[in-house]
Ligand binder design. Structure first.
Ligand code: AMP
Length: 140
């Protein structure tokens, strides 16, 4: 669990179905959220009460990440629809900016073990779905 305080700054990369919901939830808790997406229409998913900042751009552009003040961020949540983009930004957040809390979404389960070692929390949608289906079938 991450203990956020009023000074916490959170960067969300990808404002799709998952990123927008997370951004809305964190904003409801009065946290300081910046969300970036390369497609400006994605921001339509943000709620009317979203109080954070949203920026259109390609998050693989290191200059954009600097403009977003990634160096001040203590939590980055990377949930674009592309594993390689998510992994790249996770590594930048870890190796260059030493960000404390890094969460990335990765569709390909085989890539997970590498990032566990780096302290990057990896969400694997296919594994989560598999576990839920098993619970329904076997009651596990
Ligand atoms: P979803 O699959 O619904 O969770 O949406 C993924 C989101 O990631 C979409 O809104 C894409 O526009 C966004 N996205 C994909 N690649 C990038 C990127 N390089 N930089 C910023 N946003 C991206």
């Amino acid at each position: 669990m991450i203990n956020f305080d009023k000074n916490s700054q959170i960067l969300i990369v990808g404002c799709g179905r998952l990123g927008a919901n997370i951004a809305n939830n964190l904003s409801e808790k009065d946290l300081d959220v910046v969300v970036v997406d390369k497609n400006k229409d994605s921001f339509n998913k943000l709620s009317k009460t979203f109080s954070g900042l949203y920026v259109e751009g390609d998050a693989t552009d290191i200059n954009l990440l600097k403009e977003l003040e990634i160096y001040k961020v203590n939590t980055v949540i990377v949930v674009t629809d592309k594993d390689n983009v998510n992994i790249l930004i996770g590594q930048i957040a870890n190796c260059i900016y030493n960000i404390k809390n890094i969460i990335i979404r990765v569709y390909d389960c085989e890539k997970k073990c590498v990032y566990d070692d780096l302290g990057i929390k990896t969400i694997l949608p296919s594994l989560l779905s598999e576990n839920e289906v098993k619970k329904i079938i076997f009651g596990e």
